[in-house]
Ligand binder design. Structure first.
Ligand SMILES: C[S@@+](CC[C@H](N)C(=O)[O-])C[C@H]1O[C@@H](n2cnc3c(N)ncnc32)[C@H](O)[C@@H]1O
Length: 218
């Protein structure tokens, strides 16, 4: 089956952005977030995109406060979805570019889908480093998207997707899972599970593990 290009969003007539990929992946993702984010209270979503994930996850995971965020150019579309959300656990949309110095405060979990291959690798590393620095001990980070393993594409469709990404910008590209995990380790986060997802995607779940400080162990 051909891979759905996550960026190929269609527009409804009222201007509402719509991603078929989000519709397809939201249920498999929430099935994992339900346990990965069970102890969490406030989730920062980086790169909320259309807003479909935000409204679905917030409605399915009612114990969480969901903090949607994205770069300003996405806000008008996002508001179509967020304004329709009837629940009380959605925080007001905030602007967030990975390069920004000020981030929302007090979150204990982070979710981001289909962002690491859209950002430059330098920005993706920055995202992981900042998430690790800002999460409290035991905080969770779930990163969804396609990843390469051992320097290889995990499917023909991912190889085609890479070509499509490169046409959109030389800085874009599917990231090596091992490099992402190494970067997360550097930032104090440990991979707790690497979930196989439909359409040759993965959901990497990390936990912040505060390293003991102080005296040496002899
Ligand atoms: C392919 S869209 C994914 C949107 C949504 N998460 C989804 O799965 O459909 C890529 C997202 O990455 C975000 N993004 C790219 N570069 C970014 C940056 N430097 N800082 C924050 N978000 C960024 C875009 O604004 C966009 O929301």
């Amino acid at each position: 089956m051909p891979k759905t290009m996550p960026n190929q969003d269609q527009l409804y007539q009222d201007g509402r952005p719509f991603s078929q990929a989000c519709e397809n992946n939201k249920a498999p993702i929430v099935a994992i977030l339900r346990s990965a984010f069970a102890p969490s209270k406030k989730v920062l979503e980086i790169g909320s995109g259309t807003g479909q994930h935000a409204v679905y996850f917030a409605s399915e995971l009612a114990h969480l406060c969901w903090q949607p965020s994205d770069r300003p150019e996405y806000h008008a579309g996002l508001k179509f979805w967020l304004n329709d959300y009837a629940g009380t656990n959605m925080l007001p949309l905030v602007s967030l570019d990975i390069e920004d110095n000020s981030w929302p405060a007090d979150f204990d979990a982070v979710f981001s889908a289909n962002t690491a291959h859209i950002m430059s690798w330098q920005q993706a590393q920055l995202m992981i480093a900042k998430v690790g620095a800002k999460l409290p001990d035991q905080g969770m980070f779930a990163l969804y998207g396609p990843f390469n393993y051992g320097g290889e594409f995990s499917s023909e469709s991912n190889a085609r997707f890479e070509q499509w990404l490169k046409q959109g910008g030389a800085h874009q590209g599917i990231r090596d899972q091992e490099a992402v995990v190494a970067c997360a380790e550097q930032a104090g986060m440990t991979l707790v599970c690497d979930h196989t997802m439909p359409a040759n995607n993965r959901l990497l779940v990390f936990k912040k593990m505060q390293r003991p400080t102080g005296g040496r162990i002899s």
